[in-house]
Design a protein around this ligand. Structure first.
Ligand code: SAM
Length: 369
């Protein structure tokens, strides 16, 4: 009976999302009500049929997006050379947003626990992670669990993410009582994952962009209990100078750097935006190297810095790490074993059909004592 109840709640939540979409597209009241009834009654009898039904409705009403030709051309030139045989399949995934999978990271601070049953009833399974308190569910199909709206006075139960973005957090290996800096923090997905993994004495979430900082603050507010507010602070510095102002203060630093973001750049709003982004692309490696150097100054001797991006571009990944290692003799690269693809100095997760996680690059650097 209990699982039935949970299942109903999930389906009703989902139907609300879908119905508002239908309303928006069609403005047909009687049809809307009929659709809602149909969903609820299927739910009462068969949970997997509701999943399938919702998926079909979603597929029918999804909005087609077109890719930006200039960005795609550049990716084709660069990535066919850098990735060889891996590129055609990765390209197919990037060009098909309907194939993208989403991870559901649970919020251990939320008191409501029915979400696990709901996810399991919809065919989600646990991602095996080395940290028990960090729980993430994934689905073999591109089924997108609805995002939760803000509910005053109630913490959100889960956060939707690209499951590969948990890798930099796992690589950071935060322990209870450590001081951690998330140098480029908004919208806060990795900060939340850090807090699911351990109880740091301090987590400083830094974000210089005011709009994104607001977004970050809202994320933290809707996922974290008040008791944590004193140990999680939001700061607004330019990450490039953070290492000077707070030299050697942190045990662990995450640099999830601003980057080309292959998925979203491919879907630039228009040709102008695509062209503008391509111009900015050339400046990114220098900014990224400055951020990584600053992180190495902010970490204490013996501490760890993880550098990550969500681009496949070697100019923003290995080349940045190499440049910084050349300039920073105290920095020592650490081995990251056991991932799908290893390229040079770190790990590169390349999206593939059925496993559409990534792009994600990461490497782990220790500052020598
Ligand atoms: C890839 S996003 C970070 C995503 C975030 N870590 C998460 O998991 O939700 C990179 C962020 O770096 C910020 N950023 C850009 N320039 C920066 C700088 N000079 N110093 C620090 N952060 C910067 C951007 O505004 C953006 O929010």
């Amino acid at each position: 009976m209990e699982s039935f109840k949970s299942c109903q709640i999930a389906c009703l939540n989902l139907s609300v999302v879908l119905i508002s979409r239908l309303e928006c597209f069609k403005c047909h009241r009687s049809k809307l009500i009929q659709q809602k009834c149909q969903i609820s009654s299927v739910c009462e009898t068969n949970c997997s049929s509701i999943r399938f039904l919702l998926y079909l409705i979603f597929m029918k009403h999804r909005k087609e997006r077109s890719s930006c030709p200039a960005v795609l051309d550049l990716f084709d030139q660069q990535y066919s050379e850098e990735l060889g045989d891996l590129w055609p399949a990765a390209r197919a995934v990037l060009l098909d947003p309907h194939s993208w999978q989403y991870g559901v990271m649970l919020n251990r601070f939320s008191a409501v626990t029915d979400i696990t049953q709901i996810l399991q009833s919809q065919g989600f399974s646990t991602l095996f992670l080395s940290i028990p308190s960090l729980q993430c569910y994934i689905h073999s199909c591109p089924l997108r669990f609805p995002s939760q709206a803000h509910r005053p006075g109630q913490l959100k139960q889960y956060y939707l993410l690209n499951a590969a973005s948990l890798l930099p957090v796992l690589a950071l290996q935060v322990k209870d009582g450590e001081k951690v800096l998330d140098l480029c923090s908004a919208p806060g997905g990795k900060a939340l994952a850090i807090l699911q993994s351990a109880n740091p004495a301090l987590l400083c979430c830094n974000e210089p962009d005011p709009h994104r900082r607001d977004w970050l603050a809202k994320t933290l507010e809707s996922f974290l209990p008040r008791a944590l507010h004193s140990s999680v602070i939001v700061s607004a510095q330019d990450g490039r100078t953070f290492g000077q102002s707070e030299a050697g203060l942190y045990d662990k630093v995450l640099v999830d750097a601003p980057c080309s973001n292959d998925r979203s750049w491919l879907y630039s709003r228009n040709i102008q935006q695509g062209g503008q982004r391509l111009k900015e692309r050339a400046k990114l490696p220098s900014l990224q190297a400055q951020l990584l150097k600053s992180a190495l100054s902010a970490v204490r001797p013996g501490g760890i810095v993880v550098y990550s991006t969500c681009t496949l571009s070697s100019f923003e990944n290995c080349a940045v790490v190499e440049t910084v290692l050349d300039d920073f003799p105290e920095a020592e690269l650490e081995d990251l074993a056991g991932s799908s693809y290893r390229r040079g100095l770190g790990i590169l997760v390349v999206p593939q059909p059925g496993k559409t996680w990534g792009p994600m690059f990461l490497c782990r650097i220790r500052r020598r004592k």
